[in-house]
Design a protein around this ligand. Structure first.
Ligand SMILES: *Cc1c(COP(=O)(O)O)cnc(C)c1O
Length: 365
């Protein structure tokens, strides 16, 4: 897999940012298939294919809903339908803070537990905090895109399982697709959200949502589920391989192709992410430093501490002259860190090219 062959002819730079990511031509072509009616028999075929592939992708018998929304819509569904009253939100970066805000703004009693940015949420902390109150749900971001930290999901889920009434809501937006997530073999997860423009390497516009059986049961007694993000409406349509409202059919075609491609050779797909992550981590430990706590470095992206104090804005200006760009640090981490993605249609050679250019920039800074 590599960036479009016609790289020289591109008028836009290549994306080394953690979303949206590069999408190769062969997948983009799926977007041009003829339009079909979303209540026509043709759609049921596409719906069934996509639903079955999504379940295979997450290794689950539970339903996986395909939402026409960005990832945040999946988070909103989990918050609205998965929380009865009180939710505990672990915050170790910008996106876990977003999950807290999503819960809070949907009228749930949300309590946040802050962990320093760059550090992981540890299972012991989850146990300690859950013991303090009568929470009915917990939110966690598996991979914090703002800090390049991957939280230990399986260990956290194991701890949450010690509290049978507490449901686990997981933002896997930049993890599902970068690392395998086997929904049914993990300790129970109730909502698992992902988004198309991150580790699934598709254009933006879709969220995938795996939901446990007990979460569907609980939703029946949760009030104010709204309409667009009502998980029970999604479930009802899903049984007919449909969606409650008009889905983004073109993107579902691309999702079908992407999932088929991943499932054909999962080792190559996931191995490719790890290989790029290893390359960038090794390189960064020379002139720079990794921002993530050791042992919790993300496979999806690497967040690098700007130890030599170069201008990241100028670095990006230089990279743009060479037809690419990366991400500056998020929020307060701007100029203090920068981020390189391992998601999307970029090869090892593309990544090596980027690193070579950064070296060149640092040498003349
Ligand atoms: C990008 C991102 C989101 C937000 O997703 P949208 O698709 O922009 O709504 C949420 N969580 C994480 C971890 C992300 O990386």
């Amino acid at each position: 897999m590599s960036i479009q062959e016609n790289a020289e002819q591109r008028s836009v730079p290549r994306l080394f940012i953690p979303g949206p990511v590069e999408v190769e031509d062969s997948i983009m072509q799926a977007l041009t298939r003829p339009m079909i009616g979303h209540r026509a028999p043709e759609f049921s075929i596409l719906g069934e294919e996509v639903h079955t592939l999504s379940q295979r992708f997450f290794r689950t018998q539970d339903p996986v809903f395909v939402l026409t929304s960005s990832g945040t819509g999946g988070m909103e569904t989990a918050a609205r339908c998965g929380v009865r009253e009180k939710v505990l939100c672990f915050v170790n970066g910008a996106f876990s803070q977003r999950f807290f805000k999503v819960c809070d703004s949907n009228g749930k009693q949300a309590t946040r537990v802050d962990v320093p940015w760059g550090e992981a949420v540890k299972p012991e902390l989850v146990r300690e905090e859950l013991s303090r109150g009568d929470f009915d749900a917990v939110t966690i971001v598996h991979n914090e895109t703002s800090t390049g930290v991957m939280n230990p999901l399986a260990e956290i889920a194991e701890v949450v399982a010690e509290f049978p009434d507490v449901f686990l809501l997981v933002d896997g937006i930049t993890s599902a697709g970068a690392v395998p997530i086997h929904f049914d073999s993990l300790p129970p997860i109730d909502y698992l959200v992902t988004g198309s423009q991150k580790a699934l390497a598709l254009p933006p516009g879709l969220a995938l949502l795996a939901v446990s059986e007990r979460a569907l049961e609980r939703a029946e007694s949760v009030e104010n589920r709204g309409m667009y993000f009502d998980v029970l409406a999604m479930h009802k349509s899903w049984k007919k391989h449909q969606t409650p409202s008009t889905p983004t059919i073109a993107l579902m075609q691309a999702l079908k192709d992407r999932l088929q491609m991943i499932l054909q050779d999962e080792d190559a797909w996931f191995g490719g992410h790890q290989e790029k992550a290893d390359l960038v981590r090794g390189w960064a430990q020379g002139a720079f430093k990794l921002f993530a706590e050791p042992g919790y470095e993300s496979v999806s992206l690497t967040c690098i501490e700007n130890t030599p104090g170069i201008s990241i804005a100028d670095l990006n200006g230089f990279l743009r002259e060479h037809g690419m760009f990366l991400s500056n640090g998020y929020g307060d981490l701007k100029e203090k860190t920068f981020r390189i993605t391992h998601m999307g249609a970029i090869s090892m050679a593309d990544t090596e090219e980027l690193l070579g250019l950064i070296d060149e920039f640092v040498a003349k800074s």
